[in-house]
Design a protein around this ligand. Structure first.
Ligand SMILES: CC(C)(COP(=O)(O)OP(=O)(O)OC[C@H]1O[C@@H](n2cnc3c(N)ncnc32)[C@H](O)[C@@H]1OP(=O)(O)O)[C@@H](O)C(=O)NCCC(=O)NCCS
Length: 244
């Protein structure tokens, strides 16, 4: 269990952040758009927290608005780490292996980030592996029913919270966040995860078309992990995956 943190005091008060209750991780939902605007008005706050490794990552983002939104997430992460472990750890360099899961060098904590549209979500845990994924709800989801069915089947097998229906866009997005969060907890990436589950072809692997087969493969991946759908504002769908 991680110590509760109220995102309202100190520099966190400059950000528009809401804590999402969870027994197994500390979760902050960030309104990246509003937080980026606040940081623009108070640039000293961003200067105080962002490290060289953050600036290196931000440099690779071309779109200025996206860059500002992403910076707000990195500031929030570092404020969380400072509150939990002290300022020394909060300034640790972010190590980003090619295609792998980012980590904070020498910091005894697990974390993961996700962004979609105006929102970002940060998950932090004291130990083990953790993955989060968030999707902002779109007007409609153009996806063939057979793909929807595979995704929902795998997600249904790995997540116990709620039954999902492939015809419903919100349920398909929820299913997708479960699979993404799982891929982010393990650090394997979504393509490898979809191939492991038999949802997407990789190399010579066979693609499974039967829902039961997809579900069986998904279940076989899951004994060490727990999946939770997160209750967030209406426009946002998200999932948290933790190892047990
Ligand atoms: C990166 C990835 C895990 C999530 O992407 P996404 O759903 O579009 O984006 P999200 O906003 O949910 O998550 C992005 C965040 O996840 C984190 N992340 C990146 N790679 C990750 C990985 N392998 N595992 C866990 N988290 C990862 C980062 O913090 C990133 O945000 P940041 O760049 O601002 O720090 C997904 O795109 C993926 O699987 N990529 C595979 C990359 C890969 O396998 N490359 C191989 C060739 S190099």
């Amino acid at each position: 269990m991680v110590r509760d943190l109220a995102p309202s005091s100190g520099d966190a008060g400059f950000l528009v952040v809401r804590r999402i209750p969870s027994p197994s991780a500390l979760l902050w939902l960030i309104d990246m758009q509003a937080s980026a605007a606040a940081l623009k008005r108070h640039p000293i706050v961003a200067q105080r927290w962002l490290t060289r490794s953050d600036h290196r990552r931000l440099k690779r983002i071309r779109d200025h608005a996206e860059k500002a939104r992403r910076a707000a997430t990195y500031v929030a992460l570092r404020i969380m780490i400072a509150a939990l472990l002290g300022k020394r750890h909060a300034r640790a360099p972010m190590v980003r292996p090619l295609g792998g899961k980012p980590r904070l060098a020498g910091v005894p904590i697990s974390f993961n980030l996700t962004h979609s549209g105006d929102f970002g979500l940060i998950g932090v845990g004291r130990r083990g592996k953790l993955g989060v994924d968030l999707e902002e709800v779109r007007d409609s989801l153009p996806m063939a029913l057979k793909h929807r069915a595979r995704i929902v089947e795998a997600a249904r097998a790995i997540g116990s919270d709620r039954v999902l229906v492939p015809e419903r866009d919100r349920d398909v997005l929820q299913a997708w966040t479960r699979l993404e969060a799982f891929s982010k907890a393990t650090g394997r990436g979504i393509n490898r995860t979809l191939a492991d589950f038999g949802i997407r072809k990789q190399g010579n692997a066979r693609l499974h078309t039967q829902g039961d087969t997809v579900a069986a493969r998904a279940r076989s991946q899951m004994p060490r992990y727990v999946v939770r759908d997160l209750r967030l504002p209406p426009r946002v769908i998200a999932a948290l995956v933790r190892d047990v």
